[in-house]
Design a protein around this ligand. Sequence first.
Ligand SMILES: C[S@@+](CC[C@H](N)C(=O)[O-])C[C@H]1O[C@@H](n2cnc3c(N)ncnc32)[C@H](O)[C@@H]1O
Length: 352
Amino acid sequence: MESSPSPASPEKHQRRPRYRGTHPRKFHEKYKEHDPLKHPDLVQKVLESGKTPAGTHRPIMVNEILEILDPQPGQTAVDATLGYGGHTSQILPRLLPGGRLLAIDTDPVELPKTEARLRSLIDLPPEALLVCHSNFAALPRLLAAQGITGADLILADLGCSSMQFDDPARGFSYKLAGPLDLRMNPNKGKPASEWLGSLTAEKLVDILRDNADEPQADLLAPAIVNAHARQPIATTTQLSRVIMDALHRNSSDDEKVDTVRRVFQALRIEINAEYGVLDLFLRYLPDCLNEGGRVAILTFHSGEDRRVKHAFQNGLREGRYTAIAEEVQRPTRDEIHANPRASSAKLRWARK
Ligand SMILES: C[S@@+](CC[C@H](N)C(=O)[O-])C[C@H]1O[C@@H](n2cnc3c(N)ncnc32)[C@H](O)[C@@H]1O
């Protein structure tokens, strides 16, 4: 029987599989990008080309967020969507000495990698970073479990990370062939490929309209449900094909790609119950903040931004917040040029 490797019997070195040509194309072949600390020159080159290195995420509107949250030594912070830790790596050092940051993420695949990277990057007392694998909808319970009565600053950077989008094995992207999964927490619920089997066309019409304002929902929903009944849609590529085939022949290629993107977005929002958990988080937020505490939320589509805007406006009217952003903030042109993934970002804040 094979035994698992131990320090005394190190794992046998395995050669990296060779890729064709001079440049790696597939996600798993980009082994240097996956190890940014060991290959900083290559990572810098990828960043300068406006791309996101494989297995990483570029934090968005960092300066604007630091200005709003204004982290100070000794304060308590929450990063409700830790991701790659891009924002946390800027906030956490400013809380020291004496401060702490509760970092939450629902993704069990990336969370341990991010925690290890942050602890190796920043010189921290262990208790300054509290990492929690959870949905942010449980924020009051997570704070109570750590004995935290209120936070001075809270950040939520909604949606998926680039690590999730870019890894074909996670099944998030219509651009990459992989299993149709779409779950941020693959330990919970069913992958989209199985879940599709439980949908009626009527329900799918509502999902496409509510989650992505899809104008062709009436056409696409029966096409997807019927195709799945004939032969289960198991991969991202199969779903893209079904959508493309259902669209009118006169649709341009750009229109078709836009439609595929919206359908994937709508299904992802539903699979992860994104609106339901965001509504809960927004409802609990004021009670989770200390007096004078601030929250900043980055959104990436109108369904999210609408919820944040209304929750902050209602909170101000009801006296649960003392001030809120009058206008939404957008990334600068330079940031969008350097990181096109920032283009749809909107930032709002509120103060208790
Ligand atoms: C845009 S990324 C955050 C990136 C991060 N700010 C950075 O700079 O690296 C969003 C992250 O939030 C997580 N997430 C999304 N919805 C969540 C929820 N309801 N509860 C906890 N984590 C969530 C995702 O798994 C993903 O890792």
